[in-house]
Design a protein around this ligand. Structure first.
Ligand code: SAH
Ligand code: SF4
Ligand code: F3S
Length: 388
């Protein structure tokens, strides 16, 4: 959770405030929204009280992320244009207006390029204002939104290589709110990097929910890494997030060979119990994960490894939990992000009873967190790009 920094925009029109929740995809989307708003003549402010327009770019991945938005959107009274955009917009659609009557418009992730136009309409036409504007229908976003004018950081850029996700892990709402996996054309990706380089940006992060599954024509992720590594003027790059099922020794070799690639892999394990991994629809076993981690350490010299873990998935027993605890202990991650299972609408797992009591989830969460803290203190400290 972070406040949006101010972009350099010529002061002209009304002031807007934008708050971003969730993952780096959302952060990149917020840059896009800021850029589009600036192009349309709006000015950004980091003071929500002064803003005429308040936009929440939201996340639905866990209940907690949504609760924050519900309470914050409720804080603003009439007189401001309030927009809920991003994953919650897609998740709840029209229902947002019922739950949060002050909200003026709702726009899903695939329609963000429409936001400035919607706000202009809302500002000029009270009748439309009453009707609320609602856009969640587009399937794919236009390539033109990945404009190189829209980076928040002067030295580093997030470059989306794929949108959405088709993995349908049973607990996860992302495929329902972001749609199926859609790979950007590598020529467009390389063009975007080139454009950013011309603006003096030399560090990059390639983004996707499962970057390893990237494929455009015959070009796969390993080949994309090699292409990016060869770009003249580019100094350093990394990628996030990887899915164990699509991760291979070939990728590790390519990682080790790529001179400009940060030796860092975020490889969510989610669980160390084969039974739970199956219920999660993750497509790999505990042994597969442990072997991958071993190979990574052997092949990628001085490589850092981080993971996400979920505790308290429906039916997770003490024995299942111990499997996860032992996996985290055995792998000695540089950092691990531990989440308590949160039932999400639309998902397969939400049809299972949420059987692990809250206190039990909290206890399991604490146990892994404390153990990992000790490990993280012992292994070399580094800054990681936390995925969410
Ligand atoms: N595409 C990435 C990240 C997805 S969301 C990946 O596959 O790893 C980031 C993390 O949130 C996930 O790795 C998972 O650990 C966690 N997460 C997703 N859905 C969740 C849920 N319903 N409850 C708790 N944690 C969840
Ligand atoms: Fe969600 Fe799984 Fe896709 Fe990650 S890989 S975004 S956890 S469905
Ligand atoms: Fe959240 Fe949407 Fe990202 S649900 S984790 S902001 S893709």
């Amino acid at each position: 959770m972070r406040k949006q920094k101010i972009l350099t925009v010529e002061p002209k029109g009304s002031l807007f405030y934008l708050k971003t929740y969730g993952c780096q995809m959302n952060k990149r989307d917020s840059e896009v929204i800021c850029g589009l708003m600036a192009e349309a003549g709006y000015r950004i402010t980091d003071d929500s009280a002064k803003a005429d327009i308040v936009i929440f770019n939201t996340c639905s991945v866990r209940q907690h992320a949504e609760d924050k938005v519900w309470s914050e959107a409720g804080r603003f009274k009439k007189g401001k244009i309030i927009g809920v955009v991003g994953c919650m917009a897609q998740n709840y659609g029209q229902d947002i207006f019922e739950r949060s009557p002050n909200v003026s418009f709702v726009v899903g992730p695939a329609d963000i390029e429409k936001i400035p136009g919607i706000i202009t309409k809302l500002s000029n036409d009270k009748a439309i204002f009453e009707r609320k504007i609602f856009e969640i229908d587009s399937l794919a976003r236009p390539e033109k939104i990945y404009h190189t004018n829209f980076y928040e950081d002067k030295n580093h850029a997030f470059v989306v290589i794929s949108e959405g996700c088709s993995n349908f892990c049973s607990y996860c709402v992302v495929p329902y709110v972001r749609g199926h996996l859609h790979n950007r054309n590598y020529e467009d990706i390389l063009k975007e990097i080139q454009g950013a380089l011309e603006k003096g940006i030399t560090r990059f992060t390639l983004l996707g929910q499962n970057v390893n599954a990237y494929k455009y024509d015959t070009l796969d992720f390993v080949r994309l890494l090699r292409l990016v590594d060869a770009i003249e003027g580019l100094e350093e790059f990394s990628f996030v997030t990887s899915h164990p099922r699509d991760t291979s020794v070939d990728l590790f070799k390519a990682m080790n060979d790529a001179g400009k690639l940060k030796k860092y892999l975020h490889l969510p394990a989610q669980s160390g119990s084969d039974r739970i991994l199956k219920l999660m629809n993750r497509g790999y076993s505990r042994k597969f994960y442990l072997d991958l981690a071993d190979n990574y350490r052997k092949i990628v010299k001085a490589g850092a490894l981080t993971a996400d873990i979920i505790v308290g998935f429906p039916t997770e027993s003490e024995k299942d939990f111990k499997g996860t605890y032992d996996l985290v202990k055995a792998v000695r991650f540089n950092a691990a992000y531990i989440f308590k299972y949160s039932p999400r609408p639309h998902t397969e797992a939400s049809r299972m009873a949420d059987t692990v009591p809250k206190e039990e989830k909290e206890g399991r969460h604490r146990l892994i967190l404390e153990m990992q803290k000790e490990i993280s203190n012992k292994v070399k400290r580094r800054e990681y790009e936390k995925p969410e």
